[in-house]
Design a protein around this ligand. Structure first.
Ligand SMILES: Nc1nc2c(ncn2[C@@H]2O[C@H](COP(=O)(O)OP(=O)(O)OP(=O)(O)O)[C@@H](O)[C@H]2O)c(=O)[nH]1
Ligand SMILES: [Mg+2]
Length: 326
């Protein structure tokens, strides 16, 4: 699964990748060098989080693409266009985005399109109304430019590397291109109803992107709480764990589990379910009285998820074998 990252020079593409996938602090991206050629980042943190992100240089022009660039775009499942929201007017960037939409859709009709309206931070965007205004302005303008109904409507996210918005947007992107997500969501709904859980996420521990959640709406507060819990567990394990190490891989394992009781009456519960994959849920303290039942149901979810991914792996292998046989 390939994701292409496109956008103007200094729009923030490389910074997004550095912050989310290489764990560099946002301030350290201030002097990031401009990207001069296509760069690939392979993400393979656990069996359920496997994809490649292709960072295009801002100088890339769809009208002048070479054979190599064309090959990348033909093979990608999703294109993210990063628009610098602090760089007004947007007209030329939106024209570029629409050209990319047309061209890529023409050669790869299965591809999804996403726009990150990025750098939505600082004094300019203190007010939520201003953010919404920009979102409406951009989406209306793109809709007017795509007169052709054949071209799919892109999705939009307001993002910044200085808060969790970029993690939430990228989580949704990864879910869009993961075919198993629907099944996982159904299973999480069942788990939630049987165990009287308020909200449940399945996290990739390394990036803290959530690869699945139940079907109730995601609110940033619950996402932040659950994602902070992962940090707490890793920090405590690094300091007090059996193995003294700063490497996440060696401090987060099958036995990793944690319970945090909050003043608000909610309990946060974390369990490892696969290598570098954690299930984190929010439960009202009163509903957390029979932990063994929750554990039993999480075990059932783990088994179900494993079977779904194994079936997919087998299907891909069979497809590849039949292709090479033909
Ligand atoms: N305020 C703010 N600045 C950001 C954000 N994301 C990136 N930047 C800044 O934007 C500048 C350019 O970032 P890059 O990541 O190099 O941009 P790019 O799109 O990769 O640029 P090219 O490689 O030239 O195509 C850096 O100084 C970043 O610190 C953000 O969310 N908010
Ligand atoms: Mg770059």
């Amino acid at each position: 699964m390939n994701i292409a990252l496109l956008g103007n020079k200094r729009a923030g593409k490389t910074s997004i990748l550095k912050v989310v996938f290489q764990k560099i602090s946002p301030n350290e991206t201030l002097f990031t060098e401009s990207t001069s050629r296509i760069e690939e980042i392979n993400v393979y943190n656990n069996p359920y989080t496997k994809f490649t992100i292709i960072d295009f240089p801002g100088t890339f022009q769809i009208s002048q693409m070479n054979a190599n660039e064309r090959k990348y775009l033909q093979n990608c499942s999703l294109v993210i266009y990063v628009l610098d929201a602090q760089d007004k007017p947007y007209e030329r960037s939106l024209d570029a985005f629409v050209s990319i939409l047309r061209e890529v859709h023409g050669m790869n009709s299965q591809c999804f399109f996403e726009m990150f309206i990025h750098k939505i931070d600082g004094d300019m965007f203190m007010n939520d109304d201003v953010k919404l205004e920009v979102l409406n302005e951009v989406s209306d303008s793109v809709r007017l430019k795509i007169s052709d109904r054949e071209i799919p409507e892109p999705s939009y996210s307001l993002t910044s590397i200085y808060d969790l918005s970029i993690y939430e947007a990228l989580s949704k992107v990864v879910q869009k291109i993961t075919p198993q997500v629907g099944y996982l969501q159904n299973m999480l709904d069942v788990l939630m109803n049987h165990c009287r859980i308020d909200k449940v996420y399945v996290f990739d521990v390394i990036t803290k992107l959530y690869i699945a959640t139940d079907s109730t709406p995601v609110d940033l507060i619950s996402y932040e709480l659950c994602s902070d819990m992962i940090d707490v567990v890793i920090d405590v394990s690094c300091i007090y764990g059996l193995v003294e190490s700063e490497n996440i891989n060696s401090v987060f394992d099958k036995k990793s589990t944690a319970i945090i009781k909050l003043d608000s009456g909610l309990t946060l519960y974390l369990r490892e379910i696969e290598h570098m994959l954690a299930l984190v849920c929010l439960v009202k303290a009163d509903n957390f009285d029979r932990q063994h039942l929750i554990d039993y149901n999480i075990e059932c979810f783990r088994e179900g998820a494993r079977k779904i991914f194994e079936a997919r792996e087998k299907w891909i292998k069979d497809e590849e074998e039949s292709k090479s046989f033909n």
